[in-house]
Design a protein around this ligand. Structure first.
Ligand SMILES: [Fe+2]
Length: 316
């Protein structure tokens, strides 16, 4: 019997198996090579804006529920995901009702789009108002209660990051953050201070970066996720730049604002969740008469830790 001819290149070899496995463990082994393993093509992270999800969350007929910005099918993930490591959702909580959540994440970031209410985390309760941001430990139960009017929250977690590695969320008390509250009036005061002091051209924008006692050393809110309140004065543009972190942003105020992402224009709409893909050359532009405000969550912590953030201006 003649032997099969060998392929011309190792790229044409199928995955190999042990010729004579002596155990089940040996039989499970697969052997790829530099020709047939590194050409795996994953679908790109789309540069898109989620607008149907906020419209549903802001619709008064929507019951108390979570609405995910889920692109898992397009990303080839078998778990809900907005980007490979980040999941954004909107929550509508009807007046006087309570939404209970328990996310399989290391931490949870929330922004109050509308309404007043409170969140109970363990034995601690905070009262929130529109424009507030807060951070919660993951792996435990939270109760979000709306006040006398319906409330809408934007909620972002790193559930996909844990799901990717099949990791369990932290045990009670082991999460990398405690409950942390950034009230809207204090955030505004801090932004005004940034503009009052000013900055050099070598500093990328005037974003207010949120952190806490537990995460002070890395200047983030969570080991992987960073949160920044970014503002852009009327008529101003950001310098084009790129980085290896993805950005998942909530447009808080963005009349006549747009982004240029890899040469394509993307118009903003209020309360949209907009994705800026990792490594894309991008800049944000304010063609309106009001200051733009957008809350940006990035998975930058993981790239910073691995010394691979790859930030650079793209206009030099
Ligand atoms: Fe950026």
């Amino acid at each position: 019997m003649s032997k099969e001819p060998l392929p011309l290149s190792i790229a044409d070899l199928p995955a190999q198996r042990a010729s004579a496995p002596k155990s089940k463990a040996e039989a499970r082994a697969l052997y790829f090579n530099t020709g047939n393993a590194f050409n795996l093509q994953l679908p790109p992270v789309p540069d898109e804006s989620f607008t149907a999800e906020p419209a549903k969350a802001l619709d008064r007929d929507t019951p108390t529920s979570l609405i995910a910005c889920d692109r898992s099918k397009g990303l080839g993930c078998d778990f809900p995901a907005t980007t490979p490591l980040v999941l954004a959702r909107y929550a509508r909580i009807r007046a006087g009702e309570t939404l209970e959540t328990n996310f399989a994440a290391s931490g949870v970031i929330a922004y109050v789009i509308a309404g007043k209410g409170s969140t109970l985390c363990g034995t601690e309760r905070i009262e929130w108002n529109p424009g507030d941001t807060f951070v919660l430990p993951g792996g435990c139960k939270h109760e979000h209660r709306a006040g006398p009017a319906d409330a809408v929250l934007w909620i972002v977690t790193n559930e996909p990051q844990l799901a990717f590695e099949n990791l369990a969320p932290p045990q009670q008390g082991q999460a990398p953050t405690d409950l942390v509250h950034f009230p809207a009036d204090e955030v505004q005061r801090q932004i005004e201070l940034l503009y009052q002091v000013g900055r050099g051209e070598d500093i990328a924008g005037s974003a207010l970066i949120f952190s806490s006692d537990r995460q002070e050393a890395i200047r983030n809110v969570l080991p992987t996720l960073t949160v920044a309140m970014n503002s852009l004065p009327a008529g101003k543009s950001q310098r084009p730049h790129r980085h290896n972190s993805v950005a998942v942003s909530l447009v808080i105020q963005g009349e006549n604002c747009y982004s240029i992402v890899d040469g394509r224009r993307k118009d903003w709409s209020q309360w949209a969740t907009t994705v800026t893909p990792a490594t894309s050359v991008h800049s944000h532009h304010n063609g309106g008469s009001k200051s733009a405000m957008f809350l940006i969550v990035q998975d930058g912590g993981i790239y910073y830790f691995t010394r691979a953030l790859g930030f650079e201006f793209a206009d030099e």
